[in-house]
Design a protein around this ligand. Sequence first.
Ligand code: ADP
Ligand code: MG
Length: 490
Amino acid sequence: MSDGVAIEDVKTQFDRVMDQVRGRISKRQYQTWFERASLIRWAENHLVVGLPNRFYQVWFQSKFSDLVREAAESVAHAPAQVSFEIVSEAAEGSEVPLAERAPESSAGHDERAPEPLTPRAHTAPPARAREAYPAPFAGSGADDLPLRLNELYTFDNFIIGPSNSVAHASARAVAQNPGRAYNPLFIHGSVGLGKTHLLHAVCHEFLQRFPQDRVCFLSCEEFTNEFVRSLQRNDVDSFRARFRNVHLLVIDDIHFLKDKERTQEEFFHTFNGLYQSNRQIVLSSDAAPNEIPTLEDRLVSRFTWGLVSQLEQPEMETRMAIVRRKAELMHIDVGNDVVEFIASNFRNNIRELEGALLSSKAYADVTGTPISLKLAAAALKQNLQPAGMGVTLDKITQLVCDRYQVKASDLRSKRRGRSISEPRQVIMFIARKLTRLSLQEVGDHFGGRDHSTVLYAVRQVENRYKTDPAFAASMERMVDRLGGNLREDS
Ligand code: ADP
Ligand code: MG
């Protein structure tokens, strides 16, 4: 769309975009979200959509940006960029500090396209992401750029559990004892498990202790871009000079070096320079050093000189604690049932937990009701498999105990009689069908039974379900009351 288009034309065009959107989502979704969307401007192939508040903005960025962009492109017959701005702050509810989050440096560039709530969704467009990403340098020097760290990514806000305690402790140690504890510190783990959070936390703590020192925090992508730019400008020397006086160098997502020979080479020299003068280096990656494809051997070996620690997927308790902390930080009021529900259904990625919480909040905001289990289930429906039931282990336990006339506390005991073992097995079976809890997590609920016990129970019940019609009917009634359906996914 060119700049010369008259205002009315732009409005009409925007209406056509909205028409297209309407045809591609449910009526209810359209009413909930798009009726309050407006045109701010559309020029030079950049459509800016106005939204009433930040929840809408977050929601649109994570859920609807592709949809709107595609609609705009088809109306304009040209590639389009879309962004979302808040038009009336007055409508905004409680302050949610989400915009302060440093978006992932690689948003939009990362082929693995991880990110927020649904696997299909995308984060904010890369241009915005870079805006908010911390500028590289900080410290006392006059020519420094400010280092903008996410204030929420501190050690205090990092929940510790068995999955991350080693990485957390080692990050703390290097912040307190830079150049001496472990050098380099290499933290790896899959997406959304807290690497960037820990790296920011190291910078915060380091700067608190050594306010005069210089910190450089870069995504590997930024490092690469800067380097390439210096090559183009024929000015590699000043690129190098920037790192010479750094006391703490933190590079996020170092796996981005793969397939970039010249940048690897350059990084090798940067690394050596700093290492030799005992400057602390902290790196994060989505894979262990020797699992980053095409990474030069000499870098692989250097990355393991200090300490390599891994972030693993958090356990149920850790996830629940994280949801609680995030809710606190975002001033979101949620009950334990909702916390448990979210923690049991979003297991692999902490960013998803956060997204789930936020979606529930956005939904509550729009519908003007408090966040209940039912509301959270409705809000997260499309992100859940099997389809959106507000089912928790406690709910299942209650129902099954009612049905079998037993006490929940008996089920957790070691008792083996049939009157106890049958309901126990039934709960395990239903939990596996209707929640995303792992075998182990279900086992933990029953006083630490191991995953093979749960697996055995699930098989027992499955067999009986198939061969005993009365039992099957009773199971179906229970599952039905929980809002699920046994036939659907079997
Ligand atoms: P990664 O860089 O590994 O992809 P991030 O550091 O961006 O992951 O973390 C994703 C989100 O999860 C962030 O909002 C972060 O604050 C949160 N998070 C991760 N681990 C924890 C934790 N242990 N406690 C609290 N929040 C966490
Ligand atoms: Mg990250």
